[in-house]
Design a protein around this ligand. Sequence first.
Ligand SMILES: NC(=O)c1ccc[n+]([C@@H]2O[C@H](COP(=O)([O-])OP(=O)(O)OC[C@H]3O[C@@H](n4cnc5c(N)ncnc54)[C@H](O)[C@@H]3O)[C@@H](O)[C@H]2O)c1
Length: 349
Amino acid sequence: MRLPDDLRPAAEKYRAWITGFLAIGKEILYLSQDDVKSIPVTPHEIRSLAEKALVAYSAKQVDMPPKIALHPIRDTFFHAMPAYVPGEFAAGLKWGSCYPGNMKTFGYPQAQGLIIYNDHLSGMPLAVMDCKYVTEIRTAAVTYTAARYLAPKETETAGMIGCGVEGRQHVKNLETVLPNLKRIYIYDIVEKAADALLADLQPAVKASIVKASGYEELVKNSSVIISATVAAEGYSPVIRDEWIGGGKTILLCEGHTLYEDAVYKRADKYVVDSREQVEQFVQYGFYPFGHPEIYAETGEIAAGKAAGRESPGELIVGNNFGMAVEDMFVVRALFDRALEKNIGARLPL
Ligand SMILES: NC(=O)c1ccc[n+]([C@@H]2O[C@H](COP(=O)([O-])OP(=O)(O)OC[C@H]3O[C@@H](n4cnc5c(N)ncnc54)[C@H](O)[C@@H]3O)[C@@H](O)[C@H]2O)c1
């Protein structure tokens, strides 16, 4: 995809603005995880950027080749995730990995990596930054966007399966899209992860956070069920089809790991971030029984090209596996603000 001619003057203006802060071609901005976390942005801004990214992707206004993947050990992956967003003058690459056993084996988080952000007019690198926090906030923001269109506005109960990095980020601001929540059920196979989430987040969350005894209690009591656990190859479901009544909104961060296949297959609407990416992951072994018929992409629904939830009784599954374009929208905003606020270190090229 090329930069449209009519956008060239604005692209040059943006580049000139950057040169007021950074000597492009001579130095880069390095943003550590703490630097990225210290950049002032609101949950509302990030959610709105995630929604723009989903819409732009589905409208084919971005260049985003499929992820290039390495799978060194079962259930692990490295993903090279490049994206170019001409309308945002943003181009770059996330090189991220996911090692579910990391905490136990090495004491490291399961998801980590780096982002390289480039000047799309010259190709020069502008910044290198930690990707963990970017991934964290943009993934929750994608789920919030899905919830906004797929769940009833008056939803009073939600459930969060997996209380790690993503689980915590999801629970933190869920009320910004589901303002009537009264209870958020949480469950983690590691009980202390659920205990820590409850202790740390309850003071700032209006709804009561309730520790569920297991999957059954959580799914039966929650209208919206979000999960962020482990993206596993193969099939070993822990959530039974018979527990899932109509009207639920199931939002997955890890693909088809947790539920019996029948749940996905009988959903009234099966929504994904990217049709192309789902096909790609079939080849990697993530959908052993194939994927259900895809109703629409999340970005098509957000753009009003397909209906979201149409009736209270619909069973809707949203499977958003994550896209580089979401990172690039957020990275552009973070990079600009880091320059303005003088955050990060300059490194010579
Ligand atoms: N869709 C996306 O864009 C996107 C982005 C980032 C991460 N993810 C996925 O989200 C998941 C969570 O990532 P994270 O960074 O929060 O990891 P994390 O390791 O910080 O947290 C995962 C939590 O899930 C718990 N868990 C594992 N298996 C479970 C199970 N079967 N039932 C209940 N709890 C279980 C773990 O004990 C842990 O507390 C991963 O699968 C990752 O690939 C998706």
